[in-house]
Write a protein that binds this ligand. Structure first.
Ligand code: SAH
Ligand code: SF4
Length: 441
């Protein structure tokens, strides 16, 4: 049987798209390969949101050239996802040994493109948004107990720095019925946690129903009996009181929210076209904490956006400190061709951006540690995820607030037999990026 290997870059949406690619390939008779070098088909599912992922992709694709010239000429290399969508046939200029190029809107074509490439390479197919909707494709889940569930694709927000709307197209929501049917099926199949996915889940339904229906969707998904519901990503301008109330009222909704703020200065937020102010962001955080006192919060922050002054940056530090995020993902701005911000000329010198990034990272680090330290001694229900990535004798688990906990593997058990089960855990020690714990029963 021929084998495949998928290398995924980027966001959760891409991870879920890779599960769909796996579903299609297994449907077409391929089996998962043990390593990239041994695979008959290698698929790169790519990300172009930031320059780093983009560069890493081309680096890795080019390094596979040796595989083809060194005795495996028949191996098929496919490039899909956001870079495929953006670059189309010009992927072949950077990497002439690539056999298949496809985009974000035609994942379903992957098996036929592989066949076409076998007859005569290269096979390139990119289609625009709206010509297909990939949410109902079969997929192979990475874990038996967890599923990503796409509730919408695309984004209508057009933040000045962001390439997503151009590679993922406009917002298109699935129906509530379709999503509920998928989650019910997953529950019957043993899934205990779903993560609802969209670029801006709070505006779910606007395109289809003429108004956002995210809170109603959360209620309908909770009614399936699923144990845990998470979702990503939320835009602060669209986080409604109804959504906060649904999160507070529904026990399956976990007390955790990723709410990207991007910047702390109103001037920069306006230049980024984020359409909220730091004051309205603080107000949303206050509403969340009033309704869900134990909520944990994470965010995304960009430093070095064109025109950012030291004063603007200090406002970011101030906002981060005041909100006291439990976790934050920090990025140095990278210009993306075709976005409005790419033409801004007041660029921040690399060393200045790096210095600001380091100062922000130090603050985020100390806040994460302080947040974890507050948990020591607490007992909470954790979902066991399986063996930790680094040590097979250590279990990884998640608290309701999405904190990662490492636990010793009990004697005579295997990580796989415990994955997907809920256990009471006592937190015994805090580290910056994870907690240590022990079984409390
Ligand atoms: N839809 C989500 C995530 C989009 S991309 C949202 O709106 O939050 C994930 C993160 O990448 C963004 O939140 C942003 O912080 C970062 N990002 C996007 N474009 C970027 C760019 N050009 N340079 C640096 N960071 C960027
Ligand atoms: Fe990009 Fe903004 Fe849309 Fe997020 S909301 S995907 S940052 S345009």
């Amino acid at each position: 049987m021929r084998s495949y290997f998928i290398r995924t870059f980027g966001c959760q949406m891409n991870k879920h798209d890779s599960e769909r690619m796996a579903g299609l390939l297994e449907g077409a008779g391929f089996a998962p390969a043990k390593s990239i070098e041994s695979a008959d088909v290698i698929v790169f599912n790519t990300c172009c949101v930031r320059e780093t992922a983009d560069e890493r992709l081309y680096g890795q694709v080019c390094s596979l050239k040796a595989l083809k010239t060194g005795g495996r000429p028949d191996v098929i290399i496919a490039v899909g996802g956001c870079v495929g969508q953006r670059d189309g046939a010009s992927v072949l200029k950077h990497a002439p040994h690539v056999d298949v190029v496809f985009g974000t809107h035609n994942i379903h074509e992957l098996p036929s493109l592989l066949e076409a490439a076998e007859r005569g390479r290269p096979a390139v197919s990119i289609v625009g948004a709206g010509e297909s909707f990939s949410s109902d494709l079969p997929y192979v889940r990475e874990h038996a107990w967890h599923a990503w569930v796409s509730i919408m694709v695309g984004c209508d927000n057009h933040c000045a720095y962001c390439v997503v709307p151009s590679v993922r197209g406009p917002e298109r929501s699935r129906t509530v019925e379709e999503i509920v049917a998928e989650v019910s099926h997953l529950v019957a199949d043993g899934v205990v946690e779903v993560t609802l996915l969209g670029q801006n889940v709070n505006s779910y339904g606007r395109d289809r129903y003429g108004e956002p229906r995210f809170a109603a969707l959360l209620e309908a998904v909770a009614a399936t009996g699923i144990r845990r519901i998470r979702f990503a990503t939320s835009h602060p301008k669209d986080l409604s009181d109804e959504t906060i109330a649904a999160m507070a009222a529904l026990p399956a909704l976990m007390p955790f929210l990723h709410l990207p703020v991007q910047h702390g200065s109103n001037r920069v937020l306006a230049a980024m076209n984020r359409r909220y102010t730091r004051e309205t962001y603080f107000q949303r955080i206050a509403a969340l904490r009033a309704a869900i006192p134990d909520i944990a919060l994470s965010t995304d922050i960009i430093v070095g956006f064109p025109g950012e002054t030291e004063e603007d940056f200090l406002e970011t530090l101030d906002l981060v400190g005041r909100v006291a995020f439990d976790h934050a993902f920090t990025f140095i701005y990278s210009p993306r061709e075709g976005t409005p911000a790419a033409s801004l000329t007041e660029t921040v010198p690399r060393e200045v951006a790096q210095d600001r990034f380091d100062r922000l990272a130090a603050l985020v680090h100390s806040l994460s540690l302080a947040s974890n330290e507050r948990e020591v001694g607490a007992v909470c229900e954790c979902l066991i995820e399986g063996a930790s990535r680094r040590d097979a004798a250590v279990l990884s688990a998640r608290t309701p607030q999405n904190r990662l906990v490492h636990l010793p593997l009990p004697d005579g058990t295997s990580p796989d037999s415990l994955a997907g089960t809920f256990r009471q855990v006592r937190i015994s020690a805090a580290h910056p990026w994870f907690l240590s714990g022990e079984f409390a029963e």
